[in-house]
Design a protein around this ligand. Structure first.
Ligand code: NAD
Length: 483
């Protein structure tokens, strides 16, 4: 594998070749340095990749593999990811700005994801319905053929793996479309997939603009399913196109997740967990705990803890092991976050800390924004309703449990929530009543590949992770055998 990004070719239809799309520039957001000028895919490349994918998926050399034979490819990919973990983490840190601690965890998770679906494949049983008449009946999951996987920039290798691994396990070919700003680690992963010996044409990686390359994937007649992770507005656009084709779509979208401290919580643990929930990955996380609910009785004391903890966070380049909050992914995104904080001020927000670009000269070349806490806003303010996707949390007071539930659920999103309490009955009540696909209790942002992940409301439809994710890349066929 090449150590640094110099990719001038992309894997299309089983060959590394120059893409025919508008070239891309990948920038290190910690310094502004151009890391790579990349060839990108065009709609013609998508067409070539989709046709080759359909042929490769239908080829008996792939289609007729026994589960343990297909699993072997996934295990090899997982092992190669582990073997190159340091290079992959560094590449991802340099392309996304995330800290090395974060990208190392994502690389480990990607390797584990390939192995998990290998194991799931080897242990999945095809259900056989007992005889109910003069026939035997069974339902067989069949691969879809060609699957589109469209991923965002915030956790590229982990999001890629969560789509590629179950889709391949189910016997499909995959067209992977990474985000335009961060395709490098996805291309590096494709090199490892080749090294693992996966038959040609089963994985094409198609970097480029979403509205061109992503759109061409979604519309392509050979693409029978799309698994999308990204913003809610993009999800709506893709959803409309998918509906036109009657094509199944899994969508993992945005969030405005509530994190809640209760009066009986361990306040030190809660404050640390809440700050991690909003500020890790510089808040560029679909599950960022961006609305922080604090009981009125604890408000002043707890806000003081949060502010003190936020001020202690070390902002710096992701490559520095001491950094806790890296830069934002691009300068344009940093400016967008800054503009949203200015809008919050206009809405009447009180800036408790942060609220500006750092003045440290050592950070001047990067896309940094200080971890920011706001309060003084009602939950109906735009700042509390729209995803900022940056290091910006809003603190909101609540009187009692009913008011808390009403406020927590008063959003179009339903992705995650965090609850900090020592009272397990209260945790149970809150977790069940809050609209969220995932509830963390006395922890936050912990993930297990065996636990399904999905959103409610405008946070998405369908499920990633968990062994049943394989079934989302299949079609059921029912057979009746006369006896
Ligand atoms: P985005 O929606 O702009 O882009 C996501 C991907 O979709 C990119 O690859 C992009 O090129 C592509 N795309 C854009 N327009 C397209 C179109 N018209 N047709 C097809 N593809 C298109 O999102 P982003 O800015 O890359 O990522 C941030 C968003 O992703 C946030 O809203 C975040 O909450 C969400 N996200 C959700 C999850 C989850 O699991 N729920 C995880 C990570 C990120």
């Amino acid at each position: 594998m090449r150590r640094l990004p110099t990719a001038d070719e992309i894997p299309v239809a089983g060959r590394w070749q120059r893409g025919r799309g508008t070239p891309l520039e990948c920038v290190d957001p910690a310094t502004g340095e151009v890391l790579a000028k990349l060839t990108a895919a065009s709609p013609e490349d998508v067409d070539e990749a989709a046709r080759a994918g359909a042929r490769a998926a239908a080829d008996p050399a792939w289609r007729d593999l026994l589960p343990h034979e297909r699993a072997r490819f996934l295990v090899r990919i997982g092992d190669l990811v582990d073997h190159h973990a340091d290079e992959l983490a560094e590449l991802q840190t340099r392309n996304t700005g995330k800290t090395l601690t974060e990208t190392r965890a994502l690389v480990r998770s990607a390797a584990g994801t390939f192995r998990f679906y290998a194991a799931a494949l080897e242990t999945t049983e095809t259900p056989l319905t007992p005889q109910r008449g003069p026939y035997l009946t069974m339902s067989v999951p069949e691969p879809i053929g060609v699957v589109g996987a469209i991923t965002p920039w915030n956790s590229p290798i982990a999001s890629d793996a969560q789509k590629i691994a179950p889709a391949l396990a189910a016997g499909n070919a995959v067209l992977l479309k990474p985000a335009e700003a961060t395709p490098l680690v996805s291309l590096a992963l494709a090199r490892l997939v080749d090294e693992a010996g996966l038959p040609p044409g089963l994985l094409s990686v198609l970097p480029g603009k979403g509205s061109v390359v992503g759109d061409a994937i979604v519309r392509h007649p050979a693409v029978g399913k799309v698994s999308f992770t990204g913003g809610t507005d993009t999800g709506r656009t893709i959803g409309r196109l998918a509906a036109d084709k009657f094509m199944p779509l899994t969508s993992e979208l945005g969030g405005k997740s509530p994190t809640i401290v209760c009066e009986d919580a361990d306040l030190e643990q809660a404050a640390a967990g809440i700050l991690f929930g909003i500020f890790s990955s510089s808040g560029q996380s679909c599950i960022a705990g961006s609305r922080i609910f604090v009981p009125e009785t604890l408000y002043a004391e707890f806000v003081e803890r949060l502010v003190a903890g936020t001020r202690r966070l070390r902002v710096g380049p992701g490559t520095d092991p001491d950094s806790q909050v890296g830069p934002l992914v691009t300068f344009a995104h940093r400016d967008r976050v800054a503009a949203l904080v200015d809008r919050a001020r206009e809405e009447g927000a009180n800036v408790l800390c942060g609220g500006r670009i750092p003045d440290d000269p050592e950070l001047a070349g990067g896309a940094y924004y200080l971890p920011t806490l706001l309060d003084g806003l009602g939950n109906d303010a735009l700042t509390c309703q729209e995803e900022i996707f940056g290091p910006v949390g809003v603190v909101l007071p609540y009187r009692d449990e009913d008011e808390l539930i009403a406020l927590a659920n008063d959003t179009i999103f339903g992705l995650a929530c965090g609850i900090w309490t020592r009272d397990y009955r209260r945790a149970w009540r809150l977790a069940r009543r809050i609209d969220a696909g995932t509830a963390w209790i006395n922890t936050y942002k912990q993930f297990s590949i065996s636990t399904p992940f999905s959103g409610m409301k405008a946070s998405g439809v369908g499920t990633d992770k968990g062994r049943d994710a394989i079934l989302q890349y299949t079609r059921q066929k029912s057979l009746y055998w006369g006896l």
